[in-house]
Ligand binder design. Structure first.
Ligand SMILES: C[S@@+](CC[C@H](N)C(=O)[O-])C[C@H]1O[C@@H](n2cnc3c(N)ncnc32)[C@H](O)[C@@H]1O
Length: 258
């Protein structure tokens, strides 16, 4: 695995954010793993060239981005999925909740193309996409602007020397807690037991979040409305058990009492 520089090959996605250069406190763009895969079919390539620019999010060079303004019509709430892979879960959720706006972040172009095919086939108008590092989007979002964040089966980076590459970490969980509205949900899943413990420690260490499990079945089984992802299917086929963590953003006034 290697750290890959941001690609501009589609002409879409966020332009290199000037604010990163100006603001030493800004997170660096850190992308590990592959961004391109096998040669894409012409139809998928066309979607990247023609549909992606219409759905791409461009991060502001400075200041915040109100996510509700990204959609062509008013939305009741905005949700975010980080590292959507092939986009099966995001596509199913967007189709099931047309009143909600969905933002998907994924740097792997073949996955983005797969999601675009689903969006086009279903005629979805409530999905917007960032082809980049999710940390850059989190930083640009205003406090309390999201109703839910899903991070499903993120790359586990099991070797200790690679733990710093994990997208779920105390610093990102703090940003997720900041951008979630009170009562909003963070849903995390992994098939790597070590990453599961790491995720739980990050959540329990964040005072604005409350883990919603009351019994073992709550974290051992997917939530009732869950759509199985491609990576999760592979884990199931290999006999690996997964961990499902559902957390709620506490109400502002209760944080000091928690
Ligand atoms: C193991 S895959 C899981 C994909 C999908 N969620 C699933 O369950 O099938 C992890 C995904 O996270 C994406 N990813 C890695 N680093 C990322 C980052 N910094 N921001 C957003 N997505 C990222 C990868 O490209 C990859 O598609």
């Amino acid at each position: 695995m290697r750290c890959v520089a941001p690609s501009t090959e589609t002409g879409a996605g966020a332009p290199p954010a000037a604010a990163e250069e100006r603001d030493p406190a800004a997170p660096r763009r850190l992308l590990y793993g592959r961004r391109t895969g096998p040669r894409l079919r012409p139809g998928r390539r066309r979607l990247l060239e023609e549909l992606l620019p219409r759905l791409s999010i461009h991060l502001p060079a400075e200041g915040r981005l109100d996510p509700a303004t990204l959609f062509p019509r008013p939305v009741a709430a905005v949700r975010l999925e980080i590292g959507f892979g092939g986009g099966e879960h995001l596509e199913a959720e967007a189709a099931a909740h047309p009143e909600t706006g969905f933002i998907g972040v994924e740097p792997f172009l073949a996955g983005v193309a797969r999601l675009l095919a689903g969006i086009a086939a279903r005629g979805l108008d409530n999905v917007r996409i960032l082809v980049d590092d999710a940390r850059l989007l989190l930083r640009a979002l205003p406090d309390g602007s999201l109703a839910r964040i899903d991070v499903l089966f993120p790359d586990p980076w099991p070797k200790v020397r690679h733990h710093k590459r994990r997208i779920v970490a105390p610093s990102t969980v703090a940003e997720m807690a900041r951008v979630l509205a009170p009562g909003g949900e963070l849903r995390l899943a992994t098939d790597d037991p070590g990453y599961g413990r790491w995720m739980l420690a990050a959540v329990l260490g964040e005072p604005r979040l409350e883990w919603l499990a009351g019994r073992a079945a709550d974290w051992r089984t997917p939530w009732p409305d869950h759509t199985t992802t491609r990576y999760e299917r592979k884990a199931l086929a290999a006999g690996r058990r997964s961990v499902y963590l559902r957390c709620r953003r506490r109400e502002e006034e209760r944080i000091g009492l928690a």
